[in-house]
Design a binder for this molecule. Structure first.
Ligand SMILES: Nc1nc2c(ncn2[C@@H]2O[C@H](COP(=O)(O)OP(=O)(O)OP(=O)(O)O)[C@@H](O)[C@H]2O)c(=O)[nH]1
Ligand SMILES: [Mg+2]
Length: 423
């Protein structure tokens, strides 16, 4: 999973990126050795408890495990994650975050990083546009006193990314239009969907994206016949419907600590809209890493470790952060990422194991792997995610919770434990 952060300069993309990818020391030991400079890993809590909770209950009932002790640093978790951590059965799973700098008007016409910028966006599974909801910067990112009409500024800012994407998609459509039209002449409507699917697979288009876009288009324009006669306006409108399918854009209405009212309510978006306080998230995570406070990302509060070690200025800063945090129900940073991943993208966490009874891998590690996959992924497709050989040699799978033998088309659900048998 790869989530791209995009937005005009100075809105707080890098702050959001650093805050979300700042891992505590004990989770920094992850095996992504070579990642690009602007790519980081954010650890996000799985929506459901780690199955090590069920395993613990089973072992305790069998008298093979003592109940959790008061001072257990892992608060009962007994899994051994290869990546991320699990404390109190809250399993943290990795997701890639990309800081995609370089949003300038005219990218589709080649301005700034031009098509390279747009191609970076297309490589992401989802996009979060960071906007400055406090209106402290102009459209080029220069600091200003505060815009007079923040609502319309925000609408303009968010529609401008959409327009860039629309023009880019329109360019790609126009480019091959006569070929696409010929296929409609030969094959009818199906020719159009097949053509669009092929044309846009590079941008992550599935056939279902294309069919949804064509449905919306049909609602507006009626039939889909004679595309060789379509006006530019009509083709641009198809580009828009395709963009809505291919690039839902989620909004981080950042600097929410300094806004007047709730200007993000004015934003029109086909994705999530979440007020965020990226620099507070960064400060809290740093203070937590430094041992000054105890803060878990996503929480609306934190505990000060030892007040006697802090000076009055530090105590003041912490108490004002605490107030803002409880007012807004958290900084919004992890909530947004988790909302995109598990809500909007409808992904779930599945735990492949080699032993369906003990829930261990071949080396005896308990529930070492947690895969973030589309909800309902079929067992065989899951096998391919684990290893190509496992997919190629797939025979059957076993649901670790029910111990039922299931076939290649068995749909996996959130927090399932799956054993795959393969040749
Ligand atoms: N008040 C407030 N300021 C913030 C917040 N997040 C970031 N900032 C400030 O906004 C400024 C820009 O932050 P960056 O993270 O560098 O912004 P950017 O979008 O990466 O900017 P470019 O890399 O130039 O495109 C910095 O001064 C941050 O401290 C926030 O939640 N609230
Ligand atoms: Mg930056």
């Amino acid at each position: 999973m790869r989530i791209g952060l995009v937005g005009k300069p100075n809105v707080g993309k890098s702050t959001f990126f650093s805050a979300a990818t700042l891992a505590k020391v004990d989770i920094a030991n992850y095996p992504f050795c070579t990642i690009e400079a602007n790519v980081g890993v954010a650890f996000i809590a799985a929506p459901k408890p780690c199955p090590c909770k069920d395993l613990r209950i089973r072992l305790e009932n069998d008298g093979r495990l003592e109940p959790v002790s008061e001072d257990d640093p892992r608060k009962g978790s007994i899994c051994q994650p290869r990546t991320g951590t699990c404390v109190g059965h809250v399993r943290l799973v990795p997701t890639f975050l990309v800081d995609v700098a370089g949003l300038v008007p005219g990218a589709a016409e080649g301005r700034g990083r031009g098509n390279a910028f747009l191609a970076d966006l297309a490589n992401c599974d989802a996009l979060i546009q960071v906007v400055d909801a406090a209106g402290l910067t102009d459209i080029e990112g220069n600091p200003i006193a505060a815009v007079s009409d923040i609502e319309s500024a925000l609408r303009e800012e968010t529609s401008f990314l959409n327009q860039e994407l629309d023009s880019w998609i329109f360019g790609l459509l126009e480019d091959g239009w006569s070929r696409g039209s010929r296929r409609v002449q030969a094959e009818g409507e199906k020719g159009l969907s097949t053509y669009l699917h092929e044309r846009f697979t590079g941008l992550g288009a599935s056939l279902s994206h294309v069919l949804h876009a064509l449905d919306a288009f049909r609602n507006k324009w009626g039939d889909l016949e004679t595309p060789w006669m379509w006006s530019e306006e009509k083709i641009r409108s198809l580009a828009l419907f395709l963009r809505q399918q291919l690039f839902p854009i989620h909004i981080a209405a950042n600097k929410a600590d300094s806004t007047k009212g709730e200007p993000w309510l004015a934003i029109e978006s086909n994705g999530l809209v979440q007020p965020t306080m990226a620099d507070m998230e960064l400060a809290l995570r740093r203070a937590d890493s430094g041992g000054m406070i105890e803060y878990s990302p996503g929480s609306d509060s934190f505990d000060i470790a030892d007040e006697s070690k802090l000076n009055p200025a530090q105590l003041n800063a912490l108490s004002s952060m605490k107030e803002k945090l409880s007012q807004s129900g958290g900084t919004g940073v992890t909530n947004l990422i988790s909302g995109v991943l598990f809500g909007a993208l409808d992904h779930v966490v599945v735990y492949p194991v080699a032993d369906e009874n003990a829930w261990k891998d071949g080396e005896g590690k308990v529930l070492p792997d947690a895969f973030v996959v589309p909800n309902g992924i079929e067992a065989k497709a899951l096998a391919y995610k684990v290893h190509t050989d496992l997919g190629d040699g797939f025979i059957r799978a076993v649901d670790g919770k029910t111990r039922r033998i299931v076939g290649a088309d068995h749909e996996c659900r959130d927090s399932d434990v799956i054993k795959i048998h393969s040749k």
